[in-house]
Design a protein around this ligand. Structure first.
Ligand code: FES
Ligand SMILES: [Fe+2]
Length: 457
């Protein structure tokens, strides 16, 4: 394998043998190419409907290196626009979130509306200072509306967007990985959806390439050793040993054609026994027991999973149970990313349950969370020690449990490779290579994939 940052990506990623060039974590040209090939095409999770509950609410998010505005108009429709004024590029919304009946640029005062009663095309330019005096007959306002993202989907409260009009449906993009995502988004009593973001979104910068985060959450149980101090402290909901309450064994399950993966349990059709939680508080114990019983009844013999931590390609990761959160790794530069944590809770959970969850989430996650700070330390130092002149000539190793992939019954295109495995990382980087090389989606279908790929059958 060559170690220069030339295309095709096959020169950088040898997923079959578990070898990846360090250049993809530090090189500026590769980072720029990722923006075009991955972030301008893939489905990206950009927000949650509970962050814009009322008409005219907005939430500023990111898609790759671009700032975008997620907003709800007076009619309740949700849109995503580039957060850049069409006159001279000013950042239209500079607050993280808020409410605005009209988006007015602070620079020269152009304004844009989403109100269907006022405009045919949401995001249209409706106000131009000194229009009659200086622009009449010159500026065609209908051509200078905000850039609108063509594909936006609300999936159980989470908002997903893609810049590519030819992108497959979100449903096809997720495939059977949906079962695991649902375990994070659905109500604890088994009903569909129902989760909201608790508080707001925590954001912080980490001096490492964005891929460190999704690679970690896709199934790196092997790095557990670095959380030893958090484990010894005992930060789980019940305060016992470990970072969580007791959990069932989990397997690395990856979706070979899609690039997604989880460390989770296999699908089952009966509700497994409730694992004890919040044992120090009878009220919370009773609540969780009630949710468990309702869930067993509501789901009946339908397929379900419970525990998982996983990644949806490229940069969205989630914990489905403890803690119950979403983590998005936004690319900033080749060696810097911005982590966003959304903390999820059922909208109708009692205040005491929400409060207990919040305390646990913050012990675990975020810049001051005991577990997350371990991860940040690993990623930052790994990044720094990778970027050196000599260092970057070498490769990373992903050979843990190489060749141990076995098909998973009941999940399309899925393989499992045991608990301690880098099989999911290999799947992630193979998908990364496909995106980097492909001219379009047709080149990334299972039929177009190279014959030596790991196959489920
Ligand atoms: S940059 Fe927005 S009005 Fe000039
Ligand atoms: Fe970790």
């Amino acid at each position: 394998m060559q170690d220069r940052n030339t295309t095709p990506a096959g020169n950088l990623v040898d997923a079959e043998n578990g070898i990846v060039s360090r250049e993809i974590f530090v090189d500026r040209d590769i980072f720029a190419r990722e923006q075009e090939q991955i972030f301008a095409r893939a489905w990206l999770m950009i927000g949650h409907e509970s962050l814009i509950p009322e008409p005219d609410d907005y939430f500023v998010s990111r898609m790759g290196t671009d700032s975008v505005i997620l907003t709800r108009n007076k009619q309740g429709e949700i849109f995503v626009f580039l957060n850049s004024c069409m006159h001279r590029g000013m950042k239209l919304c500079r607050y993280d979130q808020g409410s605005a009946p009209v988006f007015t640029c602070p620079y020269h005062g152009w304004s844009y509306s989403t109100d269907r009663k006022r405009v045919d095309r949401p995001g249209a330019l409706v106000g131009v200072p000194r229009y009659q005096e200086c622009y009449e007959g010159v500026l065609d306002r209908s051509e200078w509306g905000l850039v609108r993202c063509p594909k936006v989907v609300n999936y159980k409260g989470t908002i997903w967007a893609s810049w590519d009009p030819d992108a497959p449906s979100l449903e096809d993009y997720l495939g059977d990985m949906r079962l695991y995502l649902d375990a994070a988004l659905d109500h604890r009593d088994g009903r569909e959806g129902g989760s909201i973001v608790l508080g707001t979104v925590q954001k912080w910068r980490v001096k490492c390439n964005w891929k460190f985060a999704p690679e970690n959450f896709i199934g790196d149980l092997y790095h557990d050793i670095s959380h030893r101090s958090a484990d010894l402290s005992g930060i789980g909901p019940s305060g016992g040993k470990g970072r969580r309450d007791a959990q069932r064994p989990r397997l690395a399950i990856g979706f070979t054609d899609l690039g997604h993966g989880v460390l989770g349990d296999l699908p089952h059709t009966a509700e497994p026994e409730l694992l004890p939680t919040h044992q120090d508080d009878p009220e919370l114990v009773a609540y969780h027991q009630q949710m468990h019983d309702d869930r067993s009844r509501n789901l009946g013999n339908r397929k379900r999973v419970t525990m998982s931590v996983g990644t949806i390609f490229p940069n969205m990761s989630f914990h489905a149970r403890q803690p119950r959160t979403i983590a998005v790794a936004h690319p900033i530069s080749a060696t810097e990313m911005e982590m966003w944590r959304y903390y999820l809770i059922d909208a109708d959970a009692p205040p005491k349950v929400k409060d207990a969850a919040m305390r646990y989430y913050l012990r675990y996650s975020g810049p001051a969370g005991m577990t997350e700070s371990d991860d940040m330390e690993n990623w930052t130092y790994a990044s720094e020690a990778t970027a050196g002149h000599i260092s970057r000539r070498h490769h990373y190793n992903y050979q843990l449990s190489l060749g141990q992939e076995r098909p998973v019954e009941g999940l399309r295109g899925a393989v499992e490779s045991g608990s301690y495995s880098e099989g999911n990382a290999r799947i992630f980087y193979r998908r990364w290579g496909q995106f980097m090389d492909a001219a379009g989606w047709a080149d990334m279908t299972p039929e177009a994939a190279t014959p030596e790929r790991v196959d489920a059958d």
